[in-house]
Write a protein that binds this ligand. Structure first.
Ligand code: ATP
Ligand code: MG
Length: 263
Protein backbone atom coordinates (compact mmCIF):
# COMPACT_ATOMS: atom_id res chain seq x y z
CA UNK A 1 0.00 0.00 0.00
CA UNK A 2 1.47 3.36 -0.99
CA UNK A 3 1.24 6.06 1.67
CA UNK A 4 0.57 9.80 1.31
CA UNK A 5 0.55 12.58 3.87
CA UNK A 6 -1.31 15.87 3.61
CA UNK A 7 -0.20 18.81 5.76
CA UNK A 8 -3.11 21.24 5.56
CA UNK A 9 -5.93 23.24 7.12
CA UNK A 10 -9.35 21.74 7.82
CA UNK A 11 -12.77 22.15 6.21
CA UNK A 12 -15.56 20.92 8.48
CA UNK A 13 -17.93 20.75 5.47
CA UNK A 14 -15.55 18.27 3.85
CA UNK A 15 -15.08 19.91 0.45
CA UNK A 16 -11.60 21.43 0.70
CA UNK A 17 -8.38 21.27 2.69
CA UNK A 18 -7.35 18.18 4.61
CA UNK A 19 -10.80 16.61 4.39
CA UNK A 20 -10.86 16.78 0.58
CA UNK A 21 -7.26 15.55 0.41
CA UNK A 22 -8.10 12.39 2.40
CA UNK A 23 -11.09 11.64 0.13
CA UNK A 24 -8.85 12.12 -2.89
CA UNK A 25 -6.24 9.72 -1.49
CA UNK A 26 -8.97 7.16 -0.86
CA UNK A 27 -10.22 7.46 -4.45
CA UNK A 28 -6.67 6.79 -5.66
CA UNK A 29 -6.25 3.61 -3.61
CA UNK A 30 -3.43 4.99 -1.47
CA UNK A 31 -3.24 5.13 2.34
CA UNK A 32 -3.95 8.71 3.43
CA UNK A 33 -2.62 10.51 6.50
CA UNK A 34 -3.22 14.10 7.66
CA UNK A 35 -1.40 16.67 9.79
CA UNK A 36 -3.46 19.77 10.71
CA UNK A 37 -1.80 23.20 10.29
CA UNK A 38 -4.86 25.30 11.12
CA UNK A 39 -8.37 24.65 12.33
CA UNK A 40 -10.57 26.50 9.85
CA UNK A 41 -14.25 27.38 10.23
CA UNK A 42 -15.30 27.34 6.58
CA UNK A 43 -18.13 26.07 4.42
CA UNK A 44 -19.31 26.29 0.82
CA UNK A 45 -20.00 30.03 1.32
CA UNK A 46 -16.60 31.03 2.61
CA UNK A 47 -14.17 31.23 5.52
CA UNK A 48 -15.53 32.48 8.86
CA UNK A 49 -12.44 32.15 11.07
CA UNK A 50 -9.32 30.11 11.65
CA UNK A 51 -6.69 29.49 14.25
CA UNK A 52 -3.16 28.19 13.51
CA UNK A 53 -2.08 25.04 15.35
CA UNK A 54 0.73 25.90 17.78
CA UNK A 55 4.13 25.21 16.15
CA UNK A 56 5.18 22.70 18.85
CA UNK A 57 1.99 20.69 18.31
CA UNK A 58 2.43 20.89 14.53
CA UNK A 59 6.00 19.59 14.90
CA UNK A 60 4.80 16.79 17.19
CA UNK A 61 2.16 15.69 14.65
CA UNK A 62 4.81 15.60 11.92
CA UNK A 63 7.18 13.56 14.09
CA UNK A 64 4.32 11.18 14.94
CA UNK A 65 3.75 10.43 11.26
CA UNK A 66 7.32 10.34 9.95
CA UNK A 67 8.64 8.22 12.84
CA UNK A 68 5.91 5.64 12.30
CA UNK A 69 4.51 5.47 8.75
CA UNK A 70 6.94 7.13 6.34
CA UNK A 71 4.95 8.72 3.49
CA UNK A 72 5.82 7.89 -0.13
CA UNK A 73 4.68 11.41 -1.05
CA UNK A 74 3.60 14.58 0.76
CA UNK A 75 1.10 17.27 -0.15
CA UNK A 76 1.33 20.64 1.62
CA UNK A 77 -1.64 23.02 1.65
CA UNK A 78 -2.52 25.90 3.98
CA UNK A 79 0.39 27.25 6.05
CA UNK A 80 -1.10 30.12 8.03
CA UNK A 81 2.02 31.91 9.26
CA UNK A 82 5.80 32.01 9.44
CA UNK A 83 5.94 29.78 12.51
CA UNK A 84 4.06 26.96 10.77
CA UNK A 85 6.29 27.27 7.70
CA UNK A 86 9.38 26.97 9.89
CA UNK A 87 7.98 23.91 11.70
CA UNK A 88 7.13 22.15 8.42
CA UNK A 89 10.49 23.04 6.83
CA UNK A 90 12.36 21.68 9.86
CA UNK A 91 10.41 18.39 9.77
CA UNK A 92 10.88 17.89 6.02
CA UNK A 93 14.62 18.40 6.50
CA UNK A 94 14.86 16.25 9.63
CA UNK A 95 13.00 13.33 8.05
CA UNK A 96 14.25 13.84 4.48
CA UNK A 97 10.70 13.81 3.11
CA UNK A 98 10.32 12.66 -0.50
CA UNK A 99 8.11 13.77 -3.39
CA UNK A 100 6.74 16.94 -1.83
CA UNK A 101 3.98 18.80 -3.72
CA UNK A 102 3.10 22.25 -2.35
CA UNK A 103 -0.11 24.17 -3.05
CA UNK A 104 0.85 27.74 -2.02
CA UNK A 105 -2.54 28.68 -0.59
CA UNK A 106 -2.62 32.43 0.13
CA UNK A 107 -6.15 33.78 -0.27
CA UNK A 108 -9.38 31.74 -0.50
CA UNK A 109 -11.64 32.03 -3.54
CA UNK A 110 -14.02 33.92 -1.25
CA UNK A 111 -11.22 36.49 -0.74
CA UNK A 112 -10.39 35.48 2.83
CA UNK A 113 -6.67 35.66 3.57
CA UNK A 114 -5.46 32.20 4.68
CA UNK A 115 -1.80 33.12 5.11
CA UNK A 116 -0.23 36.16 6.74
CA UNK A 117 0.95 38.59 4.07
CA UNK A 118 4.57 38.42 5.22
CA UNK A 119 4.70 34.61 5.03
CA UNK A 120 4.80 34.06 1.24
CA UNK A 121 8.46 35.09 0.96
CA UNK A 122 9.41 32.84 3.89
CA UNK A 123 7.49 29.94 2.34
CA UNK A 124 9.33 30.46 -0.96
CA UNK A 125 12.73 30.62 0.70
CA UNK A 126 12.32 27.78 3.21
CA UNK A 127 10.02 25.33 1.45
CA UNK A 128 10.21 25.68 -2.34
CA UNK A 129 13.74 24.19 -2.50
CA UNK A 130 12.42 21.05 -0.75
CA UNK A 131 9.47 20.61 -3.16
CA UNK A 132 9.40 18.88 -6.52
CA UNK A 133 6.35 20.89 -7.61
CA UNK A 134 4.34 23.93 -6.56
CA UNK A 135 0.79 24.53 -7.84
CA UNK A 136 -0.15 28.25 -7.64
CA UNK A 137 -3.41 29.53 -9.14
CA UNK A 138 -3.34 32.77 -11.17
CA UNK A 139 -3.42 35.11 -8.15
CA UNK A 140 -0.75 33.14 -6.27
CA UNK A 141 1.44 32.99 -9.40
CA UNK A 142 1.14 36.79 -9.66
CA UNK A 143 2.33 37.21 -6.06
CA UNK A 144 5.28 34.87 -6.70
CA UNK A 145 6.44 36.41 -9.98
CA UNK A 146 5.59 40.03 -9.25
CA UNK A 147 3.38 40.87 -12.25
CA UNK A 148 -0.31 40.31 -13.09
CA UNK A 149 -1.24 36.87 -14.47
CA UNK A 150 -4.59 36.91 -16.25
CA UNK A 151 -4.15 35.31 -19.71
CA UNK A 152 -2.27 32.48 -21.42
CA UNK A 153 0.80 34.46 -22.42
CA UNK A 154 1.15 35.89 -18.90
CA UNK A 155 0.77 32.34 -17.51
CA UNK A 156 3.66 31.22 -19.76
CA UNK A 157 5.84 34.14 -18.66
CA UNK A 158 4.93 33.60 -14.98
CA UNK A 159 5.69 29.87 -15.01
CA UNK A 160 9.11 30.44 -16.56
CA UNK A 161 9.84 33.30 -14.14
CA UNK A 162 8.86 31.20 -11.11
CA UNK A 163 10.86 28.17 -12.35
CA UNK A 164 13.97 30.31 -12.84
CA UNK A 165 13.53 32.41 -9.68
CA UNK A 166 12.92 29.54 -7.25
CA UNK A 167 14.46 26.59 -9.12
CA UNK A 168 11.37 24.43 -8.60
CA UNK A 169 8.92 22.96 -11.10
CA UNK A 170 5.62 24.82 -11.21
CA UNK A 171 2.07 24.06 -12.36
CA UNK A 172 0.14 27.31 -12.83
CA UNK A 173 -3.52 26.30 -12.58
CA UNK A 174 -5.89 27.97 -15.00
CA UNK A 175 -9.24 27.55 -13.25
CA UNK A 176 -9.68 31.34 -13.36
CA UNK A 177 -8.65 31.84 -17.01
CA UNK A 178 -11.31 33.33 -19.21
CA UNK A 179 -11.98 30.86 -21.99
CA UNK A 180 -10.28 27.64 -20.98
CA UNK A 181 -9.26 25.68 -17.90
CA UNK A 182 -5.83 24.62 -19.13
CA UNK A 183 -2.93 24.42 -16.67
CA UNK A 184 0.73 25.10 -17.56
CA UNK A 185 3.47 22.84 -16.24
CA UNK A 186 7.02 24.22 -16.37
CA UNK A 187 9.64 21.69 -15.31
CA UNK A 188 13.23 20.92 -16.24
CA UNK A 189 12.05 20.00 -19.75
CA UNK A 190 10.36 23.37 -20.34
CA UNK A 191 6.68 24.32 -20.60
CA UNK A 192 3.77 22.04 -21.47
CA UNK A 193 0.09 22.96 -21.45
CA UNK A 194 -2.10 20.36 -19.71
CA UNK A 195 -5.38 20.79 -21.57
CA UNK A 196 -8.76 20.75 -19.89
CA UNK A 197 -12.18 22.13 -20.65
CA UNK A 198 -14.40 24.31 -18.51
CA UNK A 199 -17.17 22.49 -16.65
CA UNK A 200 -20.06 24.92 -16.33
CA UNK A 201 -20.79 24.56 -12.61
CA UNK A 202 -20.81 26.74 -9.53
CA UNK A 203 -19.76 23.74 -7.47
CA UNK A 204 -16.01 24.25 -7.55
CA UNK A 205 -15.20 24.32 -3.82
CA UNK A 206 -11.82 22.66 -3.25
CA UNK A 207 -10.62 22.16 -6.84
CA UNK A 208 -7.09 23.39 -6.09
CA UNK A 209 -6.71 21.25 -2.95
CA UNK A 210 -8.02 18.22 -4.78
CA UNK A 211 -5.67 18.67 -7.75
CA UNK A 212 -2.49 18.87 -5.64
CA UNK A 213 -3.62 15.92 -3.47
CA UNK A 214 -4.24 13.81 -6.59
CA UNK A 215 -0.77 14.70 -7.94
CA UNK A 216 0.79 13.56 -4.63
CA UNK A 217 -1.24 10.31 -4.70
CA UNK A 218 -0.09 9.58 -8.24
CA UNK A 219 3.53 10.32 -7.34
CA UNK A 220 3.24 7.96 -4.34
CA UNK A 221 2.17 5.27 -6.82
CA UNK A 222 5.39 5.85 -8.76
CA UNK A 223 4.11 7.84 -11.73
CA UNK A 224 6.41 10.38 -13.39
CA UNK A 225 5.63 13.99 -12.51
CA UNK A 226 4.16 14.67 -15.96
CA UNK A 227 1.90 11.59 -15.82
CA UNK A 228 0.92 12.40 -12.22
CA UNK A 229 -0.16 15.91 -13.26
CA UNK A 230 -2.04 14.79 -16.38
CA UNK A 231 -3.91 12.04 -14.50
CA UNK A 232 -4.70 14.39 -11.59
CA UNK A 233 -6.11 16.91 -14.04
CA UNK A 234 -8.48 14.33 -15.53
CA UNK A 235 -9.47 13.15 -12.03
CA UNK A 236 -10.45 16.74 -11.08
CA UNK A 237 -12.34 17.12 -14.35
CA UNK A 238 -14.34 13.95 -13.60
CA UNK A 239 -15.01 14.96 -9.99
CA UNK A 240 -16.10 18.43 -11.20
CA UNK A 241 -18.43 17.02 -13.86
CA UNK A 242 -20.18 15.05 -11.11
CA UNK A 243 -19.93 17.95 -8.61
CA UNK A 244 -22.51 18.02 -5.86
CA UNK A 245 -25.18 20.62 -5.33
CA UNK A 246 -24.69 20.65 -1.55
CA UNK A 247 -24.63 23.72 0.66
CA UNK A 248 -25.69 27.31 0.05
CA UNK A 249 -22.59 28.45 -1.81
CA UNK A 250 -20.11 26.75 -4.14
CA UNK A 251 -20.73 23.04 -3.60
CA UNK A 252 -18.04 20.37 -3.39
CA UNK A 253 -16.66 17.90 -5.94
CA UNK A 254 -17.67 14.26 -5.98
CA UNK A 255 -14.31 12.81 -4.91
CA UNK A 256 -15.18 9.24 -4.27
CA UNK A 257 -17.49 7.74 -6.91
CA UNK A 258 -16.29 4.30 -7.97
CA UNK A 259 -13.73 4.34 -10.75
CA UNK A 260 -13.18 8.05 -10.35
CA UNK A 261 -9.38 8.28 -10.66
CA UNK A 262 -9.53 9.18 -14.34
CA UNK A 263 -8.13 5.87 -15.60
N1 ATP B 1 -14.94 25.09 -13.95
C1 ATP B 1 -13.87 24.31 -14.15
N2 ATP B 1 -13.87 23.36 -15.13
C2 ATP B 1 -12.82 22.58 -15.36
N3 ATP B 1 -11.67 22.62 -14.63
C3 ATP B 1 -11.61 23.52 -13.64
C4 ATP B 1 -12.67 24.41 -13.32
N4 ATP B 1 -12.30 25.19 -12.26
C5 ATP B 1 -11.07 24.79 -11.91
N5 ATP B 1 -10.63 23.80 -12.74
C6 ATP B 1 -9.36 23.07 -12.64
O1 ATP B 1 -9.18 22.75 -11.26
C7 ATP B 1 -7.83 22.84 -10.89
C8 ATP B 1 -7.66 23.87 -9.77
O2 ATP B 1 -7.63 25.12 -10.40
P1 ATP B 1 -7.88 26.57 -9.83
O3 ATP B 1 -7.00 27.45 -10.64
O4 ATP B 1 -9.34 26.85 -9.82
O5 ATP B 1 -7.33 26.45 -8.34
P2 ATP B 1 -7.66 27.34 -7.07
O6 ATP B 1 -8.09 28.71 -7.49
O7 ATP B 1 -6.49 27.26 -6.21
O8 ATP B 1 -8.87 26.55 -6.46
P3 ATP B 1 -9.33 26.64 -4.92
O9 ATP B 1 -10.00 27.96 -4.78
O10 ATP B 1 -10.25 25.49 -4.78
O11 ATP B 1 -8.11 26.53 -4.10
C9 ATP B 1 -7.08 23.17 -12.19
O12 ATP B 1 -6.68 21.97 -12.83
C10 ATP B 1 -8.14 23.90 -13.01
O13 ATP B 1 -7.87 23.88 -14.37
MG1 MG C 1 -6.08 27.03 -4.27
Amino acid sequence: MNTVLTIAGTDPTGGAGLHADLKTFCAHGVYGMGVVTAVVAQNTCGVLAYDPVQPALLAAQLDAVFSDIFPDAVKIGMLPDTASIQAVAAALEKWQARRVILDPVMVSTSEHRLQHADAAAVMAEMLFPRCELITPNLAEAATLCGFPVTNRSEVERAAETIFKKYGTSVLVTGGHLENSCDDLLFDGNGPVWIPGHRVETENTHGTGCTLSAAIAANRARGETLRDAVAHAKSYVLGALSRSLNLGKGNGPLDHCSAGSTGR
